[in-house]
Design a protein around this ligand. Structure first.
Ligand code: QUE
Length: 333
């Protein structure tokens, strides 16, 4: 049985993500099933709008199938890794260039690969239950799925803050920075989906939906102060350590991350700021192939997702000991 369900009715093509035991983490079969459906709908006059929802209230999509990728890496199956990321990024690119409104309803966690199948769409509806993050530096990976294109285009420093720290933001905060387009009350999300399915014009359905309760404003001044300049990562961390409670908590988030991942992430976001989306995906594919072969990726996924001890032993353990040549090899330029 597939973990995605798809159906067309009343001009709406709907994909339901349905792999609840893994919080809808995108595995190879989900990608393989979504690609032909979305390609067909792009040219199908019976489909005017695409709607993507979750079949579980536990998550929208927690990420990629990182555990399987680790297994492939440990088995030295480079072909499986290339196939996974190239098909995932092809799916994300299709969504980014989709010729029709693509609407994602995010009423739970959307992280990593889950953002890839939502943020690139034209309409991203979040609720107060939405949790948005790019948490890859904690598992020895880096923010991918085209995020090296969109993160550097967020307000000052926000992209580097999200990408380096893995910070989780709430629905209304995602609208505040432009990652989401509409914040709707969670209790109304079922009615909104039903209205869209019934063919209500999108703008009308969105306007009729009750708004999500407000979330705390993000500390955009502090984010800009620490992450908005051109400081190298060690200088960012050094500044945070000498700052207020928020700054020290932010530094602590980065203490749990792979030092190599932090340097790769900063470099990828800097390069992405001057690159096209296609160039970013190409660079990300190279980096994903390289970084999944490293110790830190196997170890980070082990600590967070396999053994769940959350005690990764990254090598090197200190950012000062990371060999710049290793970062260059992963980034590829
Ligand atoms: C970083 C990540 C992921 C993560 C945690 C991180 C990720 C991912 C999952 C995940 C979560 C729950 C599941 C699952 C996977 O967690 O990509 O199968 O049930 O998919 O810190 O990048």
């Amino acid at each position: 049985m597939s973990a995605i369900e798809s159906a067309v009715s009343g001009g709406v093509g709907e994909i339901v993500l349905n792999r609840p035991t893994a919080l809808n983490a995108l595995d190879q079969s989900m990608i393989d099933d979504m690609l032909p459906v979305l390609r067909e709908w792009a040219d199908d006059p019976a489909v005017e709008t695409v709607l993507v929802t979750s079949g579980t209230d536990r998550a929208f999509c927690a990420g990629g199938d990182i555990r399987a990728i680790r297994d492939s890496a440990l088995a030295q199956d480079a072909a499986a890794i290339t196939r996974y990321f190239s098909s995932e990024y092809t799916l994300d690119q299709l969504i980014a260039n989709y010729p029709k409104p693509y609407v994602a309803l995010i009423d739970g966690a959307a992280m990593g690969g889950g953002l890839g199948i939502s943020v690139h769409g034209e309409v991203r509806v979040v609720t107060e239950k939405a949790l948005i993050a790019m948490p890859e530096t904690a598992i020895g990976f880096f923010p991918d799925i085209g995020s090296t294109y969109f993160l550097p285009r967020l307000p000052a420093g926000v992209g580097k803050w999200l990408g380096l720290t893995g910070a989780r933001i709430r629905g209304a905060q995602a609208v505040q920075v432009g990652l989401a387009t509409h914040a709707v009350a969670s209790e109304a999300i079922g009615d909104l989906a039903a209205a869209i399915r019934a063919g209500t014009p999108l703008g009308e359905a969105l306007a009729a939906a009750p708004p999500a309760p407000p979330a705390d404003d993000l500390p955009l001044r502090s984010i800009a102060d620490y992450f908005g300049g051109n400081d190298p990562v060690p200088a960012i961390i050094g500044g945070l350590r000498g700052g207020d409670d928020w700054a020290r908590e932010t530094a602590a988030l980065m203490d749990n991350c792979s030092p190599t991942s932090l340097l790769v992430t900063a470099e990828m976001i800097d390069l992405g700021s001057g690159s096209s989306l296609d160039q970013c995906f190409d660079r990300e594919l190279h980096a994903a192939e390289q970084i999944t072969a490293t110790h830190d990726f196997a170890e980070g996924v082990r600590a967070v997702l396999v053994d769940k001890d959350r005690d990764p032993h990254f090598q090197p353990a200190s950012i000062d000991d990371v060999d710049p040549a290793v970062v260059r090899r992963i980034v590829g330029e």
